[in-house]
Design a protein around this ligand. Structure first.
Ligand SMILES: [Zn+2]
Length: 326
């Protein structure tokens, strides 16, 4: 069943040479640890692989159309690639390990089943998952395939049905947990796969998946010899051990305070929302506000997004990478 998806994830297979020239990327002619990508090795196999990980139990509710929606989603839905002219629906997914639900903003034509996304996202340990304030789910332009993003290294956004490889979720999660690390790559002799060569931040996220496997499935060296990238893996393991290691009984350490707005024409009434404050008072959990990025940094983030607009669920190896090197 899963293998059928490998054949339809065609997008993102190659970036134009001109785009590649603009993106700083691992410049060495690095061999690839897993030439067919991470998914075929890590999603299944020993102990069920990442697709076999248990997920945190959840329930979800659909907000009435007249309810406020997160401002981030409202703005995003104006784009024709997301939900312009269609109906944006907001679900609140309540996981058992956090007092505040996470909004899932989903266009009415999204092919990604809510339960698939909720289960896959729920496989990420809470100390990592808590860093994502909003997830969203839309269709692709062609209606097939899967593309995933971590907008502003914060918001997870899926286009298409990505319900095949949990490695995709861990890859995008790794972007949210990103750290600078170019010199570490240069001290090793290989990178995870072809996709890891597309940029420094993609190579980080692919090692992030190896690290997540290491702490959630079994020691990665029992599955594949990672000696040729041991410095990368050691660094990410040390940075993310606390985020990736699932510990029974852990709950979120903070929740996100989100700005919410009314969608015109729905009968929604603009009032001050007490949602965030009431959660904080009841559970004494820190409420984090998302501050706008300084304009120059936002412009840079938007440019990176544009350049990587072909990034896909593929990232974690759902398809065999084609040449990213032009
Ligand atoms: Zn990526």
């Amino acid at each position: 069943m899963r293998s059928s998806l490998y054949t339809i994830l065609q997008l993102g297979a190659s970036l134009p040479a001109a785009v590649m020239a603009a993106i700083p990327a691992p410049a060495g002619n690095y061999p690839e640890l897993l030439p067919n990508g991470l998914g075929p090795v890590l999603n299944d196999g020993a102990n069920g692989g990442m697709n076999g990980l248990p997920h945190t139990p959840y329930t979800y509710t659909l907000r009435p159309l007249s309810a406020k929606v997160p401002e981030h989603c409202y703005n995003q839905a104006q784009n024709s690639n997301t939900c312009q002219g269609r109906t944006l629906r907001v679900y609140d997914i309540k996981y058992a390990d956090c007092s505040k639900p996470i909004p899932l903003c989903r266009c009415s034509d999204s092919p990604y089943p809510i339960d698939s996304l909720a289960k896959e996202f729920g496989r990420i340990p809470i100390y990592a998952r808590q860093y994502v304030p909003i997830i969203s789910s839309y269709n692709t332009a062609s209606g097939t395939g899967c593309v995933a993003y971590a907008d502003n290294f914060l918001y997870l956004r899926f286009h298409g049905n990505c319900a095949t490889g949990t490695t995709v979720l861990f890859h995008e999660m790794s972007h949210v947990l990103d750290y600078k690390w170019r010199s570490t790559v240069e001290s090793d002799s290989c990178v995870p796969d072809n996709y890891a060569k597309s940029s420094w931040w993609e190579s980080y996220a692919q090692v992030g998946v190896l690290s997540a496997y290491n702490f959630n499935v079994r020691p990665i060296n029992q599955t594949v010899n990672t000696n040729c990238l041991k410095n990368q893996l050691n660094k990410v393991n040390s940075q993310l051990v606390n985020h990736w290691t699932p510990v029974a009984g852990r709950t979120c350490q903070f929740v996100w305070g989100l700005r919410e707005v009314c969608v015109p024409g729905t009968g929604c009434v603009e009032t001050a929302s007490a949602r965030v404050a009431s959660v904080a008072a009841a559970d004494a959990v820190e409420v984090r506000e998302i501050k706008p990025l300084p304009p120059a940094i936002q412009a840079k983030a938007d440019e990176l997004r544009r350049l990587t607009d072909l990034e896909a669920g593929i990232t974690s190896g759902l398809i065999k990478g084609k040449s990213f090197r032009g």
